[in-house]
Design a protein around this ligand. Structure first.
Ligand SMILES: *Cc1c(COP(=O)(O)O)cnc(C)c1O
Length: 385
């Protein structure tokens, strides 16, 4: 596993001097760049150990879902290295928007289907309700889980939310901590985009440890989309990790497992719930959350590309929107703070999103309170406490 990690780890930590200059801010901005992995994001950090442990257990095939295509690519890459078959249910909206992600997975030997499909019960049920369903991560999870549950040599692997995934990702923060020390600096604020919580946990947890053990006061901020705001507008209660209700119940911030987010371009953030550890941390006010709508995110993403050179994944632009806000606050208050954010992936397969942005086709989208309440009203899972 560690040998495989050495293909791209440690990942670089950069200081964003050009972005700081463009923002005319006294803040110091650093970023950890996870886009140097073979799949182009932080996802291989957990795909590799998951494939390895499955191989050790004699598993022949792994099924999974993918939203933006990042997790499917990472798992396809990892399964290929460990000689395991890989079957990917790809959220339909992403399948249509990102043909190159599919080809990438095919190149690493995986089979890829547009979800909802008509070859699982879960998929057929959704198609019966809405034949034009754009799909969602929750629906795709249901399909992949059903496939694994009906074959004993097949297992299901999840790329976010669960505790082991969060733990694997902490390699990001562990490295960042050492790199910040080498740079002779320490963040006041750590920011990461938030889908299910794995890259946020990955970069933030090692710094949170310093808060708990050394009494530091490093603010950790999760940045989520306004169209899928489980942390800022969801409720903390038991819910399923998937749409059909096959996973164990998890105590989480959720918009309800039936919530189908608008088809925004940050596919990796279109998930209804948050991992249990990050949910509890938010409940206990040990971390913060902030929502951004997609136009603001792309504006920050383009500014980053034009200053620092790297084209960020649409998911990562949410962290950038928070970073820009914090850097502007520093300017207004005339104080310098050190901000570290996770640039969790590059956007080379997401250029359609940038094209839509430049052509003025991206709309500002914020989910209404009515839509959130309608989704939550369908929950009959137990309340907490
Ligand atoms: C999957 C993904 C996310 C969201 O998932 P988390 O588990 O919240 O990290 C964010 N950014 C990218 C690039 C992704 O691939």
């Amino acid at each position: 596993m560690r040998d495989v990690y050495t293909l791209w780890r440690p990942t670089p930590l950069y200081r964003a001097y050009a972005l700081e200059k463009a923002l005319d801010t006294p803040a110091k901005i650093y970023y950890k760049y996870e886009g140097v992995s073979p799949a182009g994001s932080h996802k291989p950090n957990t795909a590799v150990p998951q494939a390895y442990y499955n191989q050790q257990e004699g598993v022949k095939r792994i099924t999974t879902e993918t939203g933006a295509g990042q997790w499917g690519s990472a798992l396809a890459f990892a399964c290929n290295l460990f000689g395991i078959e890989c079957e990917v249910y790809m959220v339909k909206i992403s399948y249509d928007h990102k043909p190159y992600r599919k080809m990438m997975m095919n190149t690493w030997g995986a089979k890829v289907y547009a979800s909802p499909t008509d070859h699982t019960q879960a998929g057929r049920m959704i198609l019966a309700q809405d034949p034009n369903s754009p799909g969602s991560l929750g629906i795709a999870i249901s399909e992949a889980v059903e496939r694994a549950a009906s074959d004993e040599n097949t297992k299901y692997a999840l790329g976010s939310v669960l505790n082991h995934v969060l733990m694997h990702q902490t390699v990001i923060g562990q490295e960042a901590l050492k790199q910040m020390e080498k740079a002779g600096d320490m963040p006041d604020i750590v920011v990461a985009p938030f889908g299910g919580g794995s890259n946020f946990a990955g970069i933030a947890f090692p710094f949170l440890r310093l808060n708990f053990e050394e009494g530091r006061n490093i603010r950790c901020i999760a940045a989520e989309p306004s169209s899928c705001p489980k942390l800022t507008r969801g409720v903390f209660r038991y819910d399923f990790g998937d749409t059909v209700g096959m996973t164990p119940l998890l105590p989480m911030y959720t918009l309800g497992h039936n919530f189908v987010p608008a088809p925004i371009h940050a596919g990796g953030l279109r998930y209804h719930g948050a991992g249990v550890i990050v949910s509890q941390l938010l409940k206990d006010q040990l971390i913060e959350a902030r929502a951004h709508e997609q136009l603001e995110c792309f504006e920050s993403g383009v500014l980053f590309a034009r200053t620092e050179g790297i084209i960020p994944a649409p998911e990562a632009t949410h962290a950038l929107a928070t970073v820009v806000q914090e850097a502007q606050r520093c300017k207004e208050e005339g104080v310098s703070r050190t901000i570290l954010f996770n640039l969790c992936g590059h956007g080379h397969f997401d250029l359609k999103a940038y094209e839509d942005y430049f052509e003025g086709k991206l709309v500002s989208h914020e989910v209404t309170q009515g839509e959130i309440e309608a989704s939550l009203a369908q929950l009959d899972t137990p309340l907490i406490g």
